[in-house]
Design a protein around this ligand. Structure first.
Ligand SMILES: Cc1cc2nc3c(=O)[nH]c(=O)nc-3n(C[C@H](O)[C@H](O)[C@H](O)COP(=O)(O)OP(=O)(O)OC[C@H]3O[C@@H](n4cnc5c(N)ncnc54)[C@H](O)[C@@H]3O)c2cc1C
Length: 423
């Protein structure tokens, strides 16, 4: 067998030139390995190139403990990979690759240029400069094994012909199933399952929430800053978040809703009742808000309309939907508004309730929750516990985190560790 391996042209084949795959391939090549990187799309890192709305939130600079608290699944499994290549190491890595970085609000790290392409190209350069051979437009269809050991891959080359490449070590870095147009279509889950691994059920995460609220359609596209929202499952509060909340044709989004989506999706799958209660004025107590409304009304002519009072309290786009919600015509004279109606307004501003009836599909989800079961993978090497020479890295694993740069760091840390090819 060893003689056979010596004849093989590559020491390792990496499947998928995304964040994890490029980190793994570059690392192995830098350590002197002969590396083949196989990518089914026409270019590398398509998801990285659109990440962070084209700016790429490349990692998060928070201290290790705080970082770990943002990893939603299998944080313990992730710890050794993070210890090997943490957020500081990632920052140093990209700076050494010539990408200048900035740390923004919430310790989120972005390229100074504001271009996600700089991150994707830095990863690609790392591979190319260390001698990785890359095949584009090439889709791996099967991982070949002999007994419990990897011995190669089968793939369809760019001319549409099936070929085989023998190799004793294969790293699966095929990503999840979110944004499938970027190339992540879940092939790695099928490879893992075929080779006897358990794949934890896949669910969209960091995905917009869909509400049946009748006013949603009238709100249109809107981004609210500094709001507080509470997610309720079966009338119990399960999560509270503060920050940006957006409305769009996809549903309720923005960092607040996305961070809550993990719990909301799981609850909806379990057929539980989910609602989002939004406090539009988190900095004001009900009393202060009552005083503020009284002051605004006192300064208004009695002949002015209720809609104009609302305009002083909320963005223009919310005026009509809010008036509808309160069942008060926006053309009602402000002088005619009753105390009971003012109380209703205060209650709604402090807790506008949106029933959550669904979630946006994988096409709009930032990450995939679920994946290759982590206890079937060695956390110190990323090697499968079932098949020798088979490694996993990145989103294909049952690892996911909040927004804020954590998911790319998961890809970099696990990719780095897998690329070290430790036994
Ligand atoms: C819109 C959007 C914005 C995001 N923004 C951020 C952000 O700012 N910060 C952050 O931390 N995270 C962000 N994420 C999440 C982050 O991009 C992913 O978690 C990360 O890219 C996962 O890396 P990966 O290498 O595991 O998978 P991917 O990046 O998905 O790479 C997998 C690669 O494998 C290839 N592949 C798949 N199957 C095969 C096959 N059979 N043969 C050959 N090749 C194959 C695919 O074409 C793809 O290139 C964002 C995600 C999305 C969708």
């Amino acid at each position: 067998m060893e003689q056979l391996e010596e004849k093989q042209p590559y020491d390792v084949i990496v499947i998928g030139a995304g964040a994890a795959g490029m980190m793994a391939a570059g690392t192995a090549a830098r350590n002197g390995k002969r590396v083949l990187l196989v990518e089914k799309m026409e270019k590398s890192g398509r998801k990285v190139r659109i990440s962070g709305k084209g700016r790429c939130n490349v990692t998060n600079a928070r201290p290790a403990e705080e970082f770990a608290s943002q990893v939603r699944t299998n944080a313990e499994f992730f710890a050794p990979a993070f210890a090997e290549f943490n957020n500081r190491a990632a920052i140093r890595f990209f700076e050494r690759q010539g990408v200048k970085l900035d740390i923004e609000r919430g310790e989120r790290v972005f390229p100074k240029s504001g271009k996600a392409w700089d991150i994707a190209n830095a990863l690609l350069d790392y591979c190319v400069d260390n001698g990785v051979r890359i095949l584009y437009d090439t889709r791996v269809t099967q991982i070949l094994t002999l007994g419990d050991k990897v011995f190669g891959i089968r793939y369809i080359n760019k001319r549409g012909f099936e070929r085989k490449e023998e190799c004793a070590q294969v790293i699966v870095a095929t990503g999840g199933v979110s944004y499938p147009a970027t190339g992540s279509t879940g092939d790695g889950y099928a490879f893992a399952a075929d080779l006897g691994h358990t794949v934890e059920p896949l669910r969209p995460s960091l995905t917009p929430l869909v509400s049946s609220h009748p006013q949603i359609g009238y709100i249109g596209r809107l981004l609210l800053r500094n709001v507080r929202a509470t997610l309720y499952v079966d009338n119990e509060p399960v999560r509270e978040e503060f920050g940006e909340l957006g409305f769009s044709e996809r549903g309720i989004e923005g960092a607040v809703a996305l961070r809550m989506s993990r719990d909301a999706v799981d609850a909806l799958i379990d057929e539980r009742r989910v609602k989002l209660v939004v406090d539009l004025k988190p900095a004001l107590t009900e009393e202060i808000l009552r005083d503020r409304i009284a002051r605004e009304r006192a300064e208004m002519e009695t002949s002015e309309f209720f809609g104009e009072l609302l305009r002083k309290l909320v963005p223009k786009q919310l005026v009509m939907p809010l008036a509808q919600e309160l069942d008060i015509h926006s053309k009602t004279y402000v002088g005619k508004i009753t105390e009971a109606e003012v109380e209703r307004l205060i209650r709604t501003l402090k807790g506008w309730t949106f029933p959550v009836t669904d979630y946006a599909p994988f096409e709009y989800a930032v990450v995939t929750a679920g994946g290759v079961r982590c206890d079937e993978v060695n956390p110190y090497t990323m090697e499968s516990r079932k098949v020798r020479g088979l490694y996993f890295a990145g989103e294909v694993l049952d690892l996911d985190a909040n927004t804020g740069g954590y998911n790319l760091q998961i890809a970099f840390s696990t990719g780095r560790l897998a690329g070290m090819l430790k036994k």
